[in-house]
Write a protein that binds this ligand. Structure first.
Ligand SMILES: C[S@@+](CC[C@H](N)C(=O)[O-])C[C@H]1O[C@@H](n2cnc3c(N)ncnc32)[C@H](O)[C@@H]1O
Length: 300
């Protein structure tokens, strides 16, 4: 940054600024420095990554330089690239993201895959599969499911109104019909949802206090704490929701949760104690426990 400011009167060509920005981020030990530089400058200048190189010798005017500097400053303060760009990709779909929502993670795609697998394998001949996404955030899970399962009616709930506004905008952009509802999922749900759902899916907050303290600044300084933290051991949401879940599922309904990599046996025990059956754990691509699936076979 200092170097860029020191050379304030220099006439910059695009490729020079790109190289300098990438070098600077690399010196400061940011991962994927060149990619970060390309995306920041591309965003500031309204150019794709390819266009940056085809316009490599384009001189930059003062306003463009100022904009590039401002974005670099935000990244240097560890603001996640996705918030700076205002967008990320999940399940091969673009999603608008702001600091009101957690940035969708690639590992959460496994949760979506498992729900889609269930719909295709067991519920394919069912006219209408009722699905609810609990803690929808940007709407990534609900919208990816709605895009891929034609015979699903998808409801998405969150306690955060600001998050729901972002999710609603994403659903409109993707032209899917998702019903949004603001509610606290850990309190009794309105009667209209009683025994309504074939599938409940959730990527809830599951980080414990001490783990939270050790998270990188990108997460701790910028992502909503209420999306991440869940009590001392990270299991508060699962524990409290275990009493609510049977009130939502139809008989033979299925629930899918994302979990932290060391939470599988605790989550299995919590839900087995509440009468859930056929509890299975699935690993992500890195071989880490990531998704728990369970059945509610009881009539009531
Ligand atoms: C880990 S984020 C997941 C966001 C998104 N589904 C995803 O996978 O990227 C958890 C979400 O749960 C919401 N949440 C936390 N506590 C909640 C509660 N008691 N009731 C409803 N939503 C809650 C947060 O606002 C946040 O959007």
């Amino acid at each position: 940054m200092k170097q860029l400011s020191a050379e304030k009167n220099k006439k910059w060509k695009l490729i020079e600024l790109l190289n300098k920005t990438a070098d600077y981020l690399s010196e400061k030990e940011f991962d994927d420095a060149r990619l970060n530089a390309e995306l920041l400058l591309g965003h500031a200048l309204g150019l794709s990554r390819v266009d940056l190189y085809t316009n490599y010798d384009r001189p930059l005017i003062a306003e463009e330089l100022d904009l590039c500097r401002a974005l670099l400053k935000r990244r240097m303060a560890h603001e996640p690239l996705q918030y700076i760009l205002g967008e990320t990709e999940f399940y091969s779909l673009p999603f608008k993201v702001t600091r009101d929502v957690l940035i969708p993670r690639p590992e959460t795609e496994l949760l979506v895959e498992k729900v889609i697998e269930q719909c295709s394998a067991h519920d394919a001949d069912q006219d209408d599969i009722q699905i609810v996404d609990v803690g929808t955030g940007s709407g990534n899970i609900a919208i990816a499911i709605a895009k891929n399962i034609e015979n699903a009616t998808v409801t998405a709930v969150d306690v955060s109104r600001d998050a729901l506004m972002i999710a609603y905008g994403n659903a409109q952009a993707h032209e899917v019909n998702v019903k949004f509802k603001e509610l606290d999922a850990l309190k009794p749900w309105p009667a209209e949802y009683s025994k309504t759902f074939d599938i409940v899916v959730s990527n809830p907050p599951y980080i414990g206090f001490s783990e939270y303290e050790n998270l990188p600044p990108e997460i701790k300084k910028y992502e909503p704490k209420s999306s991440l933290l869940s009590g001392n051991d990270g299991l508060d949401f699962y524990r409290k929701f275990a009493n609510i879940l049977p009130t939502l599922l139809k008989q033979n309904g299925t629930a899918f949760f994302e979990i932290g990599e060391r939470q599988a046996s605790s989550v299995k025990n919590i839900y087995a104690d509440c009468g859930f059956a056929d509890i299975r754990v699935y690993d992500d691509m890195a071989g880490k426990n990531r998704v728990v699936k369970m059945q509610w076979n009881r009539n009531g």
